[in-house]
Design a protein around this ligand. Structure first.
Ligand code: NAP
Ligand code: GCO
Length: 266
């Protein structure tokens, strides 16, 4: 066992939606491990802001404006990466949205929008990079799943359906392309303090913690929300040669939520 197996030197890593939050933290860790960072986002403004954020960290990232749900934009981005950098070695399907609406009040359009970004897009992205990975003789695809890949809760029907589907897409890519030395695994973060969960942590008018914030603290053996940095080590492991015989696995990084019935109230 050589510790260099945990390095990413010489690898090109594309992390979708990596302008802040979990994606940005994963990109930071990959850069520290030696990878060339590539990201996409939805606007020139977001790209410029992200490039500045990366530069502040000493990371010379390559950014694209590309909507992960638009196959033509994705194909053009991947073709340009192949021309400029020789293709993608590591893909992290990180870009995602959530719409917290009771199912019977949710429009079909809203349901489809969540499925489009959180499930259809990882299919589009993976389909775009796998041919190049086959030519290279190796590849890593990491899908950012969720507690909702295993559990439901009120108001997140579309998100849970998407993340449950993403778990099975992960296993199917493993099944279909493992023979090409492509490993496809998932990371299932617990409740992480990012802009996506900010509404669940807002202080109440009386200054008390949000009820959901208190609920998550009681449900998490670690007794805290996760940080994007908590995901960095697992993400580097799954992108590195150290995990070449790990395939089709969802690595839950949740502080123990899935193992725990929850703290007794009072
Ligand atoms: P976030 O703060 O909402 O960031 C998501 C990023 O994805 C944003 O930059 C967003 O762009 C981008 N994005 C959305 N739709 C896109 C599209 N069509 N094309 C390109 N980029 C797009 O989310 P996060 O908390 O960092 O979560 C990142 C991933 O982890 C998501 O897949 C999420 O479901 C998953 N996750 C999060 C948690 C958590 O507790 N935070 C836990 C488990 C799993 P804009 O900035 O333009 O909106
Ligand atoms: C929610 C949260 C969660 C987290 C994450 C948990 O409303 O329940 O947004 O879904 O984002 O997916 O793993």
């Amino acid at each position: 066992m050589d510790m260099k197996d945990f390095r990413l030197d010489g690898k090109v890593a594309l992390i979708t939606g990596a302008v802040y939050g979990i994606g940005f933290a994963i990109a930071e860790a990959y850069a520290a491990a030696g990878a060339k960072i590539v990201f996409n986002c939805l606007s020139e403004d977001a790209k410029e802001k992200a490039l500045a954020s990366y530069a502040e960290k000493g990371i010379d990232a390559l950014g694209y404006v590309a909507d992960v749900t638009k196959e033509d934009e994705v194909q053009a981005m991947i073709a340009d990466i192949e021309e400029k950098l020789g293709g993608v070695d590591i893909l992290v399907n990180n870009a995602g949205i959530i719409k917290r609406i009771p199912m019977c009040e949710m429009s079909a359009a809203d349901f489809r929008a969540v499925i489009d970004v959180d499930l259809n897009a990882p299919f589009i992205m993976s389909k775009a990079v796998i041919p190049g990975m086959i030519k290279k003789g190796h590849g890593k695809i990491i899908n950012i799943c969720s507690m909702m890949s295993e559990l439901g809760r009120e108001t997140v029907s579309a998100y849970a359906a998407a993340k449950g589907g993403l778990k099975m897409l992960t296993r199917n890519i493993c099944s279909e392309y493992g023979e090409h030395n492509i490993q496809c695994n998932g990371i299932g973060p617990g409740y992480i303090a990012t802009p996506q969960t900010a509404p669940l942590r807002e202080r109440q008018p009386d200054g008390s913690r949000h009820p959901f914030d208190q609920f998550i603290i009681a449900k998490t053996p670690a007794g805290r929300w996760g940080t994007a940095e908590d995901l960095q080590g697992p993400a580097v492991f799954l992108a590195s040669d150290a995990s070449n015989f790990v395939n089709g696995h969802i690595l839950y990084v949740d502080g123990g939520i899935l193992a725990y019935i929850g703290k007794q109230p009072g």
